[in-house]
Design a protein around this ligand. Sequence first.
Ligand SMILES: Nc1ncnc2c1ncn2[C@@H]1O[C@H](COP(=O)(O)OP(=O)(O)OP(=O)(O)O)[C@@H](O)[C@H]1O
Length: 269
Amino acid sequence: MTQTTVESAMNPTDAPDRSIRIQAQDVKVHYGAKEALHGVSIEIPDRAVTSFIGPSGCGKSTFLRCINRMNDTIEGARVEGLIKLDGEDIYDPSLDVVELRARIGMVFQKPNPFPKSIYENVAYGPKIHGIATSRTDLDEIVVSSLRRAGLFEEVKDRLNEPGTGLSGGQQQRLCIARAMAVGPEVILMDEPCSALDPIATAIIEELIDELRANYTIVIVTHSMQQAARVSQKTAFFHLGNLIEEGVTEDIFTNPINKQTQDYIMGRIG
Ligand SMILES: Nc1ncnc2c1ncn2[C@@H]1O[C@H](COP(=O)(O)OP(=O)(O)OP(=O)(O)O)[C@@H](O)[C@H]1O
């Protein structure tokens, strides 16, 4: 059976940069004495969506959090192995973690806008990272980030109103705008639609599809349909192991591993 490459499966118009953005080698994670991830190796392509699927507790979120060192914030969590972003070891002690998390933004399961205005939610990151040098600069970043998140038209007349007053789907797009405002290269999304209704989910999925032209996107999802709709590469995890990864279409139509077959047929998870 011939397996397609992620690059060849992608729309040719997406072709400009086909390089590997992130490389993970033998990544293990312990929470206290318990090993939750048993040595994961994977390459994440640039300008494409990679989805992580698998049953609850298999380690998808744990691995996602390794990619921007969010596990550093969890007491008792210990990460081993190597993760490189553009060839640079992200666990190098000399690396500035705050800067890393600006380069590798994250969107969480539950929309979590700050208790501030819509404008301030987006302006906060550029301000603390010293990205904007004037109020005009900041206004431009806020407007362009909201536009890229597909939210500007809906909120342009109420930028000073609280972000928490928006609908769930709008709040999630605000969080995406907030992540984009600091100029990331990679956006990690941990089940970004699980708190949203089908219409808001469809809007976020369309947005993800647009964003992949300019960003490397990694999404954890419980929905195989969502992985099939939005991603070009899919990785299947089970019990802390990466079982199989490849072009999304191959994983769903032609999986090699028996456990992957069982999962996509609904026999496990
Ligand atoms: N903060 C933590 N402390 C201790 N154990 C944890 C912690 N976070 C996750 N785990 C354990 O690590 C394993 C992997 O969990 P993880 O949340 O990464 O899985 P998941 O595939 O993302 O699950 P779900 O789909 O339910 O979100 C599980 O056994 C979980 O109980």
